[in-house]
Design a protein around this ligand. Structure first.
Ligand SMILES: CSC[C@H]1O[C@@H](n2cnc3c(O)ncnc32)[C@H](O)[C@@H]1O
Ligand SMILES: [Zn+2]
Length: 430
């Protein structure tokens, strides 16, 4: 199946950040060609797509979240992380059924797809339910059953087995669109010997590790009090970084910790929206970027953001670091766009995703650029980062297949998903 987009504008997100005016050829699930003129007569293509007034770019990659938590959007606002988790989220999450995870995650998946996110990371319970939705929706998911070890050793072992089983069952499934990781939730919710068991599981299954780390100052102090060292050294000691690792947040780090993370090539998911909302602080992203640490962007869950708009995360990343540093070049627009696309893919070990280039997977989104807030056509990278939002996305192609077309999600029943998610929340709070 060969498709060609003609008369389009393409942001390639390659090393030059080139804007190509012309056409792009998709052959099955891959980009075969991008250039100014069609490489073959238009008659040979199965589909010719008119790209006029559309800006095409790689799909966005959301590298940290908890999709089922869309059910809790607006349920516990204006609280700091510890209180938010312990007094609001955990008590109601304890009541979540598989049905709640299903419809909460479905709601998030529809939101992400319609907003141009083509790959996402999810850490939660009942991950089989999410994997089935990823398979159905056509999205790419790097999924992990998050494990909290504040329980008996019997329950810890059960959770460990479930995390391993999920990874065995789903890694590489859905035509390779699903990958798995092993996820101790955080150093403050998993005792050291339990983290070591999870690291062993990651070794045995040859999978990366994903965890929350150093999100709040309070959590860092607690780690120092409990274990005599800051979280980076604690996790290094437990062998976490001997596996490929993706850390969510990493807000409170000193210079020595940054050097350790760089030495192990640890990837960071920067979650500016969630960090601001939970009053956690501002990560040292400009320092990380200067050191060559791989930094991507995540929304975190919809209960701490409170949406899954990756355009907003790019904009926040570009703005807040200018604000706190006084340096207008702290995170330039071009860097924010790379973090939201190519670096996102790199952070979850997807080598052939995140750029519009021959040989890459065809994960492509289109923005309607004939709108007041996206004119005049001065600088498209600037427009994507500083002016656009999820609402501007009209088309989404993942793995060469149409997933969203003309703003409608073709693979999910949006109306049903919305009604079921509302019902779930009603039942949870009755
Ligand atoms: C069992 S994994 C999912 C677990 O993570 C909790 N969570 C959501 N957002 C955050 C965050 O920003 N920091 C730490 N933990 C978070 C969620 O409530 C689930 O219990
Ligand atoms: Zn999180």
């Amino acid at each position: 199946m060969k498709k060609i987009i003609v008369d389009g504008l393409f942001i390639t997100v390659d090393d030059q950040e080139t804007i190509v005016k012309g056409c792009l050829v998709i052959n099955n699930n891959q980009i075969e060609f991008i250039g100014s003129e069609p490489p073959e007569p238009l008659e040979i293509y199965d589909e010719v797509i008119n790209g006029n007034n559309k800006l095409y770019m790689p799909g966005l990659v959301n590298t940290h979240g908890h999709t089922a938590m869309s059910l809790l959007r607006g349920y516990g606002d204006d609280l700091a992380l510890k209180v938010w988790l312990e007094e609001k989220m955990w008590p109601i999450e304890a009541k979540f059924t598989a049905n709640d995870v299903k419809w909460g995650s479905a709601l998030s998946i529809v939101e992400m797809l319609k907003g141009g996110t083509t790959s996402f990371v999810d850490m939660y319970d009942q991950m089989e339910t999410v994997a089935a939705l990823v398979e159905q929706s056509g999205m790419r998911g790097c999924l992990t059953r998050g494990v909290i070890g504040l329980c008996s050793t019997e329950i810890q072992d059960q959770k460990l087995q479930m995390a391993k089983q999920f990874a065995k069952d789903w890694h590489g499934k859905a035509d390779g669109r699903i990958t798995a990781m092993i996820a101790p939730h955080a150093p403050y919710t998993c005792p050291p010997d339990y983290i070591e068991k999870l690291v062993q599981a990651a070794h045995d299954l040859d999978l990366p590790i994903h965890t929350h780390m150093s999100e709040s100052e309070q959590e860092v102090q607690q780690n120092v009090n409990d274990y005599g060292m800051r979280p980076t050294f604690h996790l290094e000691k437990l062998g976490v970084f001997n596996r490929p690792t993706l850390l969510a947040h990493a807000v409170h780090l000193n210079d020595e910790e940054l050097a350790v993370l760089k030495a192990y090539d640890v990837r960071i998911s920067h979650n500016p929206g969630s960090n601001l909302k939970l009053a956690s602080g501002v990560a040292r992203v400009p320092d990380m970027l200067k050191m060559g640490i791989k930094v991507s962007l995540g929304t975190d869950g919809p209960a701490s953001n409170n949406n899954l708009d990756m355009f907003e995360e790019m904009r926040l990343a570009a703005l807040i670091h200018k604000g706190v540093s006084g340096d207008p070049l702290a995170v330039p627009a071009k860097e924010a766009l790379r973090m939201g696309t190519y670096m996102g893919a790199q952070s979850i070990w997807l080598e052939d995703v995140g750029q519009l280039k021959a040989g890459m997977k065809a994960d492509i989104i289109a923005i309607d650029i004939d709108q007041p807030h996206l004119l005049p056509r001065t600088d498209f990278v600037s427009h994507v980062v500083y002016s656009a939002s999820a609402n501007d996305v009209v088309d989404v192609i993942i793995d060469g297949k149409w997933i969203v077309r003309g703003r409608a999600c073709l693979t999910m029943d949006e109306e049903k998903v919305k009604r079921e998610a509302e019902l779930c929340f009603e039942k949870l709070t009755q």
